[in-house]
Design a protein around this ligand. Structure first.
Ligand SMILES: Cc1ncc(COP(=O)(O)O)c(C=O)c1O
Length: 350
């Protein structure tokens, strides 16, 4: 992950590189992720909620922490205590901030440039009070790209144009538009700060291209049992899968309660001793079955570990097999798993 951060920081050129660590750092664990990114040189972080920001503040006393969803009235004490920068997303949030904080207190403003999710509309800008024209009042102007994964999508340029217009109208404050995929769109999209999330965690920012980033997650589980079965034996709940020939099946201690997607039943694979074997039948809460008939007799054995995610079969590949995206898979993964974090390599190869 540290190498991925450095990759984005270099790609960002003269723009600074923040990190999006919302949802417990995309499910990977905020503590380890935040510390690693700070060590790699990251100084600005984006979270979704005040609660996430407060947790991050404990870990990183000196970081700049932006709260993408802004804050609710009840969250004001926590926002202040943790010295978080709220992202204000509509005129109501702006008015609340003006009432809660004296002029001169900086905040971030989000513009909706085409995502139609959060952010001020262009029509809201003329009504912004004079305090927002003061230098430094807008700590960061940001917007979010809807189609950056598809470099040729016309909305990318339209959003850039709308965002640029808002940025100019507000006196060119410090600005940020690009998520992971946006960084790859080119320097026009970089402004002063880029804010990748997914790519830091190894997801491919442009699925049509080879992934320039390193896989960050490996998921392994032990084989519990290996059994010989006859042709036409059914496997798993619903007897949805039938063996076409006699063979061997390994039952592995991982299931949907571990975050392995049930929709990948009979559609994904695992690596056993470096060889790919198919997952067969419906996976259950804490078990899945692999057809290991093609492996040498006697392998695997109960207790051997199989690799369910890693360099050969990564999060994007499993997500595709399950009909979802890497983001969803990562954020559901491993609540019950024993996690081990490996320190960053001191001198990673370029
Ligand atoms: C507003 C905002 N900025 C940045 C990001 C990071 O995007 P990505 O994970 O695609 O790099 C997200 C993620 O959803 C986001 O919502």
């Amino acid at each position: 992950m540290a190498a991925n951060y450095r990759w984005f920081a270099q790609r960002a050129g003269s723009a600074a590189c923040a990190a999006c660590v919302k949802a417990d750092a995309y499910g990977l664990g905020l503590t380890a992720v935040a510390r690693t990114l700070w060590q790699a040189g990251c100084r600005e972080f984006f979270v979704a909620s005040v609660g996430e920001g407060a947790a991050l503040r404990v870990l990183l006393p000196d970081a700049l922490i932006y709260v993408l969803n802004g804050y609710l009235p009840a969250e004001l004490p926590a926002l202040r205590a943790a010295r978080l920068l709220p992202v204000l997303n509509d005129p109501t949030q702006v008015a609340a901030f003006e009432a809660d904080f004296p002029a001169g207190t900086p905040a971030a403003l989000q513009i909706d440039s085409g995502m139609t999710r959060l952010g001020l509309d262009a029509g809201d800008l003329p009504a912004l009070g004079p305090r927002w024209r003061q230098p430094g009042a807008i700590a960061l102007l940001l917007s979010h790209l809807a189609c950056a994964e598809q470099p040729g999508h016309p909305l990318n340029r339209q959003q850039l144009e709308r965002f640029t217009a808002a940025w100019q109208a507000l006196g060119r404050p410090r600005a940020s538009l690009a998520n992971s995929s946006g960084v790859l769109l080119g320097s026009d999209w970089h402004f002063d700060l880029v804010r990748p999330g997914a790519g830091l965690y190894g997801l491919n920012p442009q699925p049509e291209q080879p992934n320039p980033l390193r896989p960050v997650v490996r998921l392994r589980a032990p084989v519990l049992q290996v059994r010989e079965v006859r042709e036409d034996t059914s496997v798993g709940y619903g007897a949805s899968y039938r063996m076409r020939a006699p063979g061997r099946i390994a039952t592995v201690a991982c299931g949907y309660a571990d975050g392995y997607p049930r929709a990948a039943s009979s559609r994904s694979l695992a690596l056993v001793g470096g060889r790919r074997v198919p997952l067969i039948g419906r996976l259950s809460m804490d078990l899945l079955m692999l057809d290991v008939s093609a492996l040498p007799p006697g392998t695997p054995r109960p207790g051997d570990e199989v690799e369910l995610l890693g360099t050969d079969y990564d999060v994007d590949a499993l997500a595709a097999a399950a009909g979802t995206i890497g983001y969803e898979l990562l954020t559901h993964l491993g609540r019950l798993c024993r996690r081990r974090y490996h320190p960053a390599e001191p001198n990673p190869p370029e």
